[in-house]
Design a binder for this molecule. Sequence first.
Ligand code: 5GP
Length: 187
Amino acid sequence: MEKVIIFSAPSGSGKTTIVHQLLQKYPQFEFSISATSRAPRGQEVDGVDYYFLTEEEFLRRIEADAFVEWEAVYAGTHYGTLRSEVDRIWSKGNVIVFDVDVVGGINLKKIFGDKACSVFIMPPSVEELERRLVGRGTDAPEVIAKRVAKAGQEIERAPEFDHIVVNDVLEEAVAATCAIIDKFIAE
Ligand code: 5GP
């Protein structure tokens, strides 16, 4: 059966680290590369981390109904999952792994239903989240402030996910996530 696994979390919860580890462990899993209108950050590569589009191109594709879901995650910055990306991964018989924001994760679960397992990665606290974002050193202070402000609202929506994994100690969070996934894949 075609399956998808959805990961969402407040920015800085360690979601991307967990997703990378899972992709190494499960060869049949493939990361859904989202499209975004934000600029590349650090070592990010077009077509690997994201499909980087101009705002105009992103809006053109919304008009063309090219997205499964899309959102203005931050004011003026769009993110979305292209229909072509879902087809690309399923056509190979692989399981799609989504790394999307909390609203996107809830929407994708509604769209894919029983084909989907949705996992919320929970930071130990909002204070720890802020510490991690500062430590990452990739975002400007005002961007960090925006993300921290958003985290509180996002955590309130955690119960809408199939599973919640607290990422305090990374190895334990990865092990808990693997247990959830093994069960879902075996179903
Ligand atoms: P970042 O700019 O840190 O890479 O991502 C910002 C947020 O956008 C993250 O929570 C990320 O998971 C989310 N995001 C990435 N791709 C998508 C997508 O296709 N759809 C939605 N709704 N959110 C996404």
